[in-house]
Unconditional design. Structure first.
Lengths: 183, 177
């Protein structure tokens, strides 16, 4: 099935890009904090993200987040992880729980570089709600309420802290709660 | 199958290692999956025979484990070898929307190099939902920016040119030649 998908895309390839992936690039979002490092390295320098950073290492995703491909992460803060039920964090850190951890982290990641400026513009032009394809089974629905941007339809759902952190290979947003599968 | 612990023991006979999978976050959250040594499996309710047995990303499919024998033909296209692997000497394998780096000599999994959406893309097809926001990586933005007659969206190693009116994909652009 996947190979069919590759074939469909492969048959239609247009070799247009010549820009070197090592060229770097200007910060596309003037509101944001530019880390000057890749996502994996940036995480250890962001206050309040120790748990997320630790879980990404436990999930074996560091190599991916040091790589060429761009990702945007909506990562819960340490405070958000502290609200998990007793034992849940231990389960996620365990070897048996690692598949669950990776599935959980997939829900907090989207492909590409989604900067604040473009997110705000899309929310404005679409009437306050946008959909972002995630690396999990369903997309994330983001909506504006007043001055805040929330994920999902729950009034008490994850709230995005602005500005984000711009890494060389993507963006990291801090969020106030874990993103549920139906968000 | 998995080579850890009592790896020769059939899952149905394993006692201590078996548990309800109880995943809250994955496709294995529907209640009848169980976990054994890095695999998810479920049994037929009538016969109690195993009818599904899948290696889990982060379980059997994780660093230091051998790539499962039954998944030998899950190689990635050459473009992904170049884009995610930078044409190095490793092998790359795909399973469950994940690309793994594998030692070509002994088939040991070296790590996860990419998570993919797994969406279906193709020229002439409608762009999948979830691409409302411009997301082209920084180093390609000077080249691929939204215009009245074309939108550009990134996913799984490609930039897709999309007709803003019809949302049909006009081109799939490789980022590394």
């Amino acid at each position: 099935m996947m190979q069919n998908r590759f074939l469909v895309a492969g048959a239609a390839i247009v070799l247009l890009a010549t820009t070197s992936a090592c060229d770097g690039g200007d910060n596309p979002d003037t509101n944001s904090v530019e880390t000057g490092q890749n996502i994996a390295s940036s995480l250890s320098g962001i206050d309040g993200m120790d748990t997320a950073s630790d879980l990404i290492k436990k999930a074996g995703l560091e190599q991916m987040l040091e790589g060429e491909a761009a990702y945007t992460l909506f990562l819960p803060t340490d405070q958000a992880f502290a609200t998990l039920p007793d034992g849940e964090l231990d389960w996620l850190r365990s070897d048996e729980g690692r598949p669950d951890l990776i599935a959980l982290l997939r829900q907090h990641m989207v492909p590409g570089t989604v900067v604040q400026e473009d997110l705000e513009a899309a929310l404005e032009s679409s009437g306050g709600t946008v959909s972002l394809a995630s690396l999990a089974d369903s997309p994330l629905a983001l909506r504006r309420e007043g001055n805040t941007i929330l994920i999902g339809s729950d009034a008490a759902g994850p709230q995005i802290s602005l500005p984000p952190h711009i890494a060389t290979n993507g963006v990291v947003y801090e969020v106030s709660a874990l993103i549920k599968p139906d968000s | 199958m998995a080579k850890k612990g009592n790896g020769c023991q059939p899952p149905g006979q394993a006692k201590k290692s078996n548990r309800d999978y109880l995943s809250r976050y994955s496709r294995f959250s529907d209640g009848d999956w169980r976990y054994y040594n890095g695999y998810a499996y479920r049994t037929d309710t009538g016969s109690n025979l195993i009818n599904s047995f899948l290696p889990l990303v982060g379980g059997a499919l994780f660093g230091a484990n051998k790539w499962p024998v039954a998944y030998q033909d899950y190689s990635v296209p050459q473009y992904y070898d170049r884009f995610y692997g930078r044409n190095d000497d490793y092998g790359y394998r795909y399973a469950d929307r994940t690309i793994f780096r594998v030692d070509p000599q002994d088939q040991t999994i070296e790590g996860i190099v990419a998570l993919l959406t797994g969406h279906d893309f193709g020229v002439g097809r409608r762009m999948p939902s979830g691409y409302d926001v411009y997301n082209v990586p920084s180093q390609y933005r000077d080249q691929y920016y939204d215009r009245p007659d074309a939108q550009y969206r990134y996913s799984d190693g490609y930039v897709y040119q999309v007709d803003p009116t019809t949302q049909l994909i006009a081109a799939a652009i490789q980022l590394i030649v």
